[in-house]
Design a protein around this ligand. Structure first.
Ligand SMILES: [Zn+2]
Length: 450
């Protein structure tokens, strides 16, 4: 049985109001689990396997890369033998199978993708397309990156295709069987599309166009437009302070995406070509967020991308160097169809998974520490939580099985508010005798539960 491993890493701040304490956790889940279970806070579908050390502010970037890859090698070293020999895994159907784990995907934002693949900043982590040719929409695909090929290239030759070759440094992925780390760098709808292409780039060009049309009144016109959104279920009214919003999260981007086309349609009446391009971008982001795909939806996704690519010329005047060169997030859109075909819908590989895990895996753990030597304490806390959740899941599975004589016993252990017998004289009806007081229960040991 193949066990595709999905890893995720994302730096996060630990203290919200003050301090500079941060952590760089690594999460692990497996592709064999249903995605609802992977995201659930109650299951152990997503676990913390390590916290990377904080990178020193060293001018020697190669030393930082060396430290990162050595740390990753150590954290994942135990997998290396299991990848070859397999590991017995007890499955949900009661059978034990030999599982062969493989590194399949890594959830990370663009700077981390570059660090993990040793790709030079601004190059694509998946293909060798030159950043000067970005976004390369509608062009024949460039050569795919392969770790084996770079081992035979010199440092200069590798640099020409955007790959670092650092003496004494071998990518941690080269020690893992069948792992092409470049293919593990997947779609990330939150950072690439919503934050990158939509808000950071396209919206900036739209604002530049509105400034060209309305002059200094552009911000006011936009604020009025967002404030006049009629109340409707699912639509958010940003009020008159839309352009003053400083904290942007995934939900703000999605709320803005839901209303920006009807809002901009009257404002950009004289620019139908550009408006059409914005509509194509909306289609692309919404289609990319589908939880399942068919050949038809992938065809729509392709045509939305081509439509958006054709409209980009209209925004060229707002780019400093009159080209879209060096925007890797814009180029990443061309890899969406192939990634969905290989790894499924984008919610499998979105960094939203690791972002949400920060709150219930990392920040809760940090609150339980003395805030001084917090990393070992966080790991210990997390290990205990894992065991408790594991135990509770076993109890829940027994409690759900009404034919099992231990069901009520286990239900009361999970939920102390479950109905129990009231103290007092026994009732003649005999109903009370069916409820056993919780004090008389014994915690079942692992052998009896199995
Ligand atoms: Zn590429």
């Amino acid at each position: 049985m193949l066990v595709p491993l999905i890893l995720g890493s994302d730096k996060t701040m630990l203290s919200t109001m003050s301090g500079d304490k941060s952590a760089w956790p690594i999460y692990l889940t497996v592709g064999n689990l249903a995605k609802e279970k992977r995201r659930s806070t109650k299951c152990n579908g997503l676990i913390l396997i390590g916290i990377l050390p904080k990178c020193p502010n060293s001018p020697d970037q190669h030393a930082i890369k060396r430290a990162l890859h050595c740390a990753l090698r150590e954290i994942l070293r135990s997998l290396e033998s299991y990848e070859r020999l397999g590991i017995p895994i007890r499955c949900a159907d009661g059978h034990t199978r030999l599982g062969f784990p493989r590194l399949a995907s890594w959830l990370a934002d663009y700077p981390e993708q570059c660090a993990l693949t040793l790709v030079i900043y601004r190059w694509c982590p998946r293909c060798e397309c030159d950043p000067k040719e970005f976004p390369a929409i509608g062009q024949p695909g460039s050569r795919k990156r392969q770790l084996k090929r770079y081992s035979s290239l010199s440092a200069e030759e590798a640099k020409k295709v955007g790959q670092w070759k650092i003496p004494g440094l071998e990518n941690f992925a080269s020690f893992h069987l069948d792992c092409n780390i470049f293919e593990c760098m997947n779609t990330d709808r939150l950072h690439q599309l919503l934050k990158g292409v939509f808000k950071d780039h396209t919206w900036t060009w739209v604002m530049a166009l509105l400034t060209k049309i309305y002059g200094s009144r552009a911000s006011e016109v936009v604020d009025d437009g967002f404030a006049n959104i009629p109340p409707f279920v699912g639509l958010r009214n940003f009020g008159h302070r839309f352009t003053k919003v400083t904290q942007w999260t995934g939900s703000e981007y999605k709320d803005m995406l839901a209303v920006w086309i009807p809002l901009l349609a009257p404002l950009l009446k004289g620019f139908p070509h550009r408006l059409k391009g914005l509509r194509h971008l909306t289609d692309f982001i919404l289609l990319a967020g589908y939880h399942s795909h068919t050949d038809t939806t992938l065809r729509y996704l392709k045509s939305a991308l081509v439509g958006y690519g054709k409209s980009l010329d209209g925004f060229l005047e707002f780019r400093e160097n009159n080209s879209f060169a060096g925007i890797p997030k814009l180029h990443a859109m061309i890899h969406y169809v192939e990634c969905i075909k290989e790894f499924g819908s984008t919610d499998n590989t979105d960094t939203e998974v690791s972002e949400s895990a920060h709150s219930w895996l990392i920040k809760d753990a940090y609150r339980a520490t003395n805030k001084v030597d917090y990393i070992p304490q966080m790991l210990k806390w997390e290990k205990r939580q894992f065991i408790i959740k594991d135990r509770l899941n076993i109890l829940q599975s027994i409690a759900d099985d009404i034919s099992d004589h231990r069901a009520l016993q286990c239900q009361l252990m999970i939920d102390p508010k479950a109905p129990v017998a009231k103290p007092g004289p026994p009732k003649l009806s005999g109903l009370g005798t069916k409820c056993i007081p919780i004090q008389s229960f014994k915690f079942p040991n692992k052998a009896s539960l199995n």
